[in-house]
Ligand binder design. Sequence first.
Ligand SMILES: Cc1cc2nc3c(=O)[nH]c(=O)nc-3n(C[C@H](O)[C@H](O)[C@H](O)COP(=O)(O)OP(=O)(O)OC[C@H]3O[C@@H](n4cnc5c(N)ncnc54)[C@H](O)[C@@H]3O)c2cc1C
Ligand code: FES
Length: 286
Amino acid sequence: MIKYASSAITVGKTTDGHSPAHAPAEESLCPVVAHEWVNDEYKHLVVKASPKALAAQPGQFFQLLCPSPDEVEVWFRRPQSVYRVARSSERLEFLYKVVGRGTQGLATLEPGDMLGMVGPLGIGFTLEPQWKNVVVLGRGVGLATMAPISQLAGEHGVRVTAILSARSPELALAADLFENVGTVIKVLDTDGSSAVDNVERILRRLIAENKADAFFTCGSNRLLQLMKRVAREHGIPGQAAMEQIMACGLGPCYICVRTFEVNGKKEMRRVCVEGPVFDLQEVLGW
Ligand SMILES: Cc1cc2nc3c(=O)[nH]c(=O)nc-3n(C[C@H](O)[C@H](O)[C@H](O)COP(=O)(O)OP(=O)(O)OC[C@H]3O[C@@H](n4cnc5c(N)ncnc54)[C@H](O)[C@@H]3O)c2cc1C
Ligand code: FES
C-alpha cells in the first residue's frame, strides 16, 4: 500500500473525469513499468502514461506525488523533467537524483505501483529550423533535464555536441542518448577537465568549427554564466533551464519567482509557468 502526501486533486479534468482537449496538462495515475538505480545516486523511472502526458516536450516537467519514505507526510509534489518519451510504447521516463524525503519516497516505488503525476507543465526547449549544429552544456541533474534535446534533435536532423560535466565518468548522464545525435565530450572533476577555462576553450573551438548555431544549458551556475558570456560575445542564441524549488508548479503560489533581465530591465517571473526554459541572456543565475 503506497502512502501519499495528500488525496489526489484533479487538475485539467472536468467533473466527469475527462480531460478537455484544450487543457494542456492533466492529473493522471500511471503504473510504474520499471524503476532501477543507474548509479549510487540516480534512479531511472519508467511509467505507462496517458496520451496527454506523452505529448510532453523536452524541458517540460511533471509534478510527481511522492510516497512517504517513512511515517511522516511528504508535503507538495516534486518537479521532475521528462527524461525521454517513447510514444509508440506509451512510456514516459524520468531520471532523478535521490536527495531528500520526496525523492527517497519516490525511490520506493516498484513496478506495478501507481504514480500520481500532474503535467506536462511549463515551457520547454525549442529548436529553430535554421539551427543545424547546437551545443548542450550541463551538469548534475541538469543533464537529466537536457537529455530529451537529443530526441528533439534526432527528429529534426540537428547535430548536437554535448559537453557533460560531472564529478566522475559514471555521473556524466545521458551520454548514450547524445551519442546517437552527435558528439559527447565528458568534462570531469576527477581529471580537472571540468574547469571553467577548459570548458570555455571547448566552446570557442566549437564556434570556430561552425558547430554552435545555438547554446543550451542547465544545472550549473558557473557554466550558465560562461555560456551566457560567450554567447553574448558571438551573438549566439541560447536557452537555459532553471531548477527552482516549487510548490504548486501551476502558477498561483509564486514560490518559484526569480528575477530576470529583459531588454535591460529587471522582471520577476515564475519559473513553473513562464519557464523553466528561458532565453539564456535573460537568466541572471541561481
Ligand atoms: C523544473 C524542474 C525539473 C527538475 N528535473 C529534475 C530531474 O529531471 N532530475 C532530478 O534529479 N531533479 C530534477 N529537479 C530537481 C528536483 O525537483 C529536486 O531534486 C527534488 O524536488 C528534491 O526533492 P526532495 O524531497 O527529495 O528533496 P528536499 O528534501 O526537498 O530537498 C533536498 C535538497 O534538494 C534541494 N531541492 C529541493 N527542491 C528542489 C528543486 N525543485 N530544484 C533544485 N533543488 C531542489 C533542496 O534545496 C535540498 O538541498 C527538477 C527541478 C525543477 C524545478
Ligand atoms: S510553483 Fe507555484 S507559482 Fe510556481
